[in-house]
Design a protein around this ligand. Structure first.
Ligand SMILES: Nc1nc2c(ncn2[C@@H]2O[C@H](COP(=O)(O)OP(=O)(O)O)[C@@H](O)[C@H]2O)c(=O)[nH]1
Ligand SMILES: Nc1ncnc2c1ncn2[C@@H]1O[C@H](COP(=O)(O)OP(=O)(O)O)[C@@H](O)[C@H]1O
Length: 219
């Protein structure tokens, strides 16, 4: 059953997925999007060159440093950070439009992005989930098996992963991504439950008021 939130009744959630590179957040984000087509994915801007198969506007908006910083200076970024010697950032306009329409927005950002989104004006309605690999050995195996980065890049990312992992206490949930199916199932459970928080259901006041008026009529 695909949970289709009623945009008229729900307040959009900002769902933040973070993890060390290679832990599985892109894979899990894609699976969440397949599970619930009403979810909007926040496509980031980056100065990192595209990997084979990456498409402008799908995985990222690929910019040079000047173009990226122009977006920052124009106040078009909800957050941005330097990660692995490249700039990454979340354009604000698509996020504001989606949240305004009662849609949840999914972010694949590092711990710096997570901190900035939580501190932003939209930060009241965030759900943040940190994905851990089952082991460093498995993390390295996944980076190698993915075949998208050079040996040097993999070594640099493995070195940085300890620092990334140290931010796990800042998140609402932590999932160890050992079995992919089980992790995906847990992710769906978390999103489904968080959508039912009182803060995400502005129509509850009306619903209770209707119950009370019905009660008075019966009295
Ligand atoms: N702060 C921030 N981090 C981002 C953004 N987009 C991607 N990242 C992070 O940048 C890191 C590198 O991303 P990428 O080069 O796609 O490598 P991957 O993590 O192995 O897929 C990852 O840890 C992402 O979480 C963004 O818009 N903002
Ligand atoms: N639970 C898992 N078990 C085995 N391989 C996985 C698992 N989750 C992801 N992977 C694989 O690990 C590699 C890195 O996953 P990816 O989603 O690109 O990570 P990230 O976006 O965090 O860098 C990919 O080849 C992906 O298919």
């Amino acid at each position: 059953m695909t949970p289709v939130p009623d945009p008229a009744h729900r307040r959009g959630l900002l769902i933040i997925l973070s993890s060390p590179s290679g832990a599985g957040k892109t894979t899990l984000a894609r699976r969440l999007m397949a599970w619930d087509p009403t979810l909007r994915f926040s496509v980031s801007a980056t100065t990192r060159p595209p990997r084979p198969g990456e498409v402008e506007g799908r995985e990222y908006y690929f910019r040079d440093r000047e173009g990226f910083m122009a977006m920052v200076e124009r106040g078009q970024m909800l957050e941005h950070a330097e990660v692995f010697q490249h700039l990454y950032g979340s354009p604000a306009a698509p996020v504001e439009a989606a949240i305004g329409a009662g849609r949840d927005v999914l972010f694949d950002v590092d711990w710096q992005g997570g901190q900035q989104i939580r501190a932003s004006a939209l930060g009241k309605h965030t759900l943040s989930i940190f994905i851990l690999p089952p082991s460093m050995r498995e993390l390295e195996r996944r980076l190698r098996q993915r075949g998208q980065d050079s040996a040097e890049v993999i070594a640099a990312r493995m070195k940085k992963s300890r620092d990334e992992i140290s931010h796990w206490p800042e998140y609402d949930y932590v999932l160890i991504n050992d079995d992919l199916e089980r992790t995906e199932d847990r992710l769906r459970t978390i999103v489904s439950a968080e959508r039912l928080r009182i803060s995400q259901q502005p129509h509850l006041v009306e619903a209770v008021r209707a119950l009370n008026s019905e009660f008075e009529e019966r009295a």
